[in-house]
Write a protein that binds this ligand. Structure first.
Ligand SMILES: [Zn+2]
Ligand SMILES: [Zn+2]
Length: 221
């Protein structure tokens, strides 16, 4: 596993939903991944090419349309494999869910992925070791990805807030349970990289969220 200094993390705010798309790579090998490619694929490609990286996987934190817009084009460009939790892979292909989600977000969900993930899976890319943590609540198959002491939380946990639970498949009780059972036990110095920049700062630490995030301080602690 590379040291912190051997991992590159580039964050781009992408698309009209202003999703944080992350490019994460191992400096030594130049091999990397993209988390939640939210569109603007030429801009993402330019970032990858300028850094001289080769992308092995496209990882979605969940199946909402705004987080998966670039899946198809970037998969073709980079010959990368698209990974999403098996539950969201199934959920967003149910015709009724597809219709409701499209009316909620005005966007189509993801096409079927290449690799269906489960809780506890570890994905290796160059020197990166990416741990899959199932955190349902925002959607049934939402996950966080942990790479060294970085946690990519998608729409499960934001800086100072948490994801919506009023969209199809959402549940506040389940979301709180996920944060309590899967995120709070992680080391306090874990860096939180959220799916949207809704907070006072783009990133945070678990220690700070345990002090300031009402979803943790009011609902759990
Ligand atoms: Zn979402
Ligand atoms: Zn989102």
């Amino acid at each position: 596993m590379p040291e912190k200094s051997e991992i590159i993390i580039k964050s781009l705010v992408v698309g009209e939903f202003m999703v944080n798309t992350y490019i994460v790579a191992c400096i030594t090998s130049g091999i990397g991944i993209i988390i939640d490619p939210a569109g603007e694929v030429d801009r993402i490609r330019a970032e990858v090419d300028n850094a001289g990286l080769s992308i092995k996987y496209i990882l979605n934190t969940h199946g909402h349309g705004d987080h998966v817009i670039g899946n198809h084009d970037l998969k073709e460009m980079f010959k990368a494999e698209v990974c999403i939790h098996g539950i969201d892979d199934d959920f967003f292909q149910e015709p009724q869910v597809m219709a409701v989600s499209q009316s909620e977000l005005g966007l189509c969900g993801p096409p079927p992925c290449n690799i269906r993930l489960n809780h506890g899976d570890v994905i290796n890319a160059g020197g990166l070791s990416i741990q899959v943590i199932h955190t349902p609540g925002h959607t049934p198959g939402s996950v966080c990805y942990k790479i060294a002491d970085n946690l990519f939380t998608g729409d499960t946990l934001f800086v100072g807030a948490a994801g919506r639970t009023d969209l199809i498949g959402g549940s506040l009780d389940i979301l709180i349970e996920s944060i309590e059972a899967q995120i709070l036990p992680l080391p306090k110095e874990t860096i939180i990289w959220p799916g949207h920049d809704y907070g006072e700062t783009p990133t945070s630490t678990l220690a700070r969220e345990m002090e300031e995030n009402v979803y943790i301080t009011d609902f759990i602690l």
